[in-house]
Ligand binder design. Structure first.
Ligand code: SF4
Ligand code: SF4
Ligand code: SF4
Length: 369
């Protein structure tokens, strides 16, 4: 039977285990140092999420690692299908994260030399109740919808990628391969489908029922019931119910979170609360961003001036070379013309002399009767 380590839950509720992710920690420390004095710890109000919002439950004990969800996700998001086909187990040789080509991935855990049973876990944006990506975004490109999904608006995104580094679940990807209009991308929780009353594509495609879609509160009851009924099968805590204020995607764990690639002992306090120092940087960044843009603009203008000057120099050099070439050609043709003229003059003189000789010879003959 799985047991929760002694005092773990209470400590997390009480904030004793105030472990931040590496990113959160770095972000917090650096931002705190930069924005010292402006921090407003505790100013963030606790938001427990919109009532009646939807969620998705992934039960790792039912997942067989078929990756049908990955294929369904690429299809619904107009992405090329995964390069490795269903059934190709080589894909599990390394742990993958969501990318701009795959918004959700399934990874395999266990089954190694230790002989622990194999468990598959699906990974994607968790659609946090209090999304850190939204909190750090100073142009407000992210919105938590009452339905549950966290939406992203690429039209206002300035490409700073704060959100990518702030996400505690490493769920965001940036389209580096799209230099013209790069976006931050991740699971949309199939928002376009769910607002039409449809089920998210991955949940629909899952052949084992490992992904269940429904009102989040109901999914929590379903999960608790399974944990109560089969304590040997499940780790006794539903991942996503409370971590960092809770998420729309919930995961029923066959093993402790740290054995399934998830951070253990996450505080229940929302991450935006814990990174208030970091958030205090947002106004600072917002303030300096126009300056940064101005800097970029000035830099671009200076670059343009330098380029124009270089172009002028280049044109002058071309003109000089062009004139030199013409002069050379003129010299060459002039000498050729002179030579031709000389030849023609000589030929003319030769013919003239010949004609004169012929005339002289003809005149002599005529004088002879
Ligand atoms: S998992 Fe990351 S990207 Fe998704 S809502 Fe939470 S903070 Fe944002
Ligand atoms: S909810 Fe939609 S976007 Fe998210 S992983 Fe499933 S299919 Fe992909
Ligand atoms: S489709 Fe279902 S069973 Fe297959 S990998 Fe995805 S979650 Fe697991």
């Amino acid at each position: 039977m799985h047991r929760l380590p002694q005092g773990r839950k209470e400590a997390r509720q009480g904030g004793r285990f105030m472990k931040l992710s590496r990113r959160g920690f770095i972000a917090g420390v650096s931002a705190g140092a930069l924005a010292a004095g402006t921090a407003r710890a505790g100013a963030h109000k606790r938001f427990r999420g919109y009532p009646g919002r939807m969620g998705l439950l992934h039960d790792t004990t039912l997942c067989v690692g078929c990756r049908s969800c990955e294929f369904a996700c690429t299809e619904v998001n107009d992405l090329p299908p995964p390069t490795q086909p269903v059934g190709d187990t080589r894909v599990f040789e390394k742990t993958r994260g969501p990318s701009d080509k795959l918004y959700t991935v399934v990874n395999r855990y266990g089954g190694g030399a230790g002989g622990s049973p194999v468990v598959f876990r699906k990974h994607q944006c968790m659609h946090c109740n209090e999304p850190c990506c939204a909190s750090v975004c100073f142009v407000k490109a992210f919105t938590k919808t009452p339905e549950g999904p966290v939406l992203y608006d690429p039209s206002v995104c300035v490409g700073c990628r704060y959100c990518v580094f702030a996400c505690p679940y490493y769920a965001l990807a940036y389209e580096y391969g799209n230099p013209a209009t790069p976006r931050v991308v991740r699971c949309t929780m199939c928002y376009p489908r769910i607002i039409k009353g449809q089920v998210p594509a991955c949940a629909e495609a899952c052949p084992t029922g490992a992904i269940q879609y429904g009102p989040r509160e109901k999914l929590i009851l379903v999960a608790r019931e399974r944990m109560r009924k089969w304590p040997d099968k499940y780790y006794p805590e539903l991942f996503g119910e409370n971590e960092y204020g809770g998420t729309s995607w919930l995961t029923l764990l066959a093993r402790p979170p740290e054995q399934l690639g998830l951070p253990a002992d996450l505080p229940y306090d929302p991450l935006p609360n814990l990174t208030t120092n970091f958030l205090s940087m947002a106004p600072l960044v917002a303030a300096i961003f126009p300056g940064m843009l101005g800097g970029f603009h000035a830099f671009a203008k200076r670059k343009q001036k330098v380029a124009e000057e270089k172009m002028r120099q280049h044109e002058a050099e071309l003109k000089r070379r062009h004139e030199q070439e013409i002069e050379k050609l003129e010299r060459r043709y002039r000498s050729q013309l002179e030579a031709l003229g000389e030849q023609a003059r000589k030929e003319y003189e030769r013919r003239l002399q010949a004609e004169q000789k012929a005339a002289a010879a003809g005149g002599g003959k005529e004088q002879q009767p």
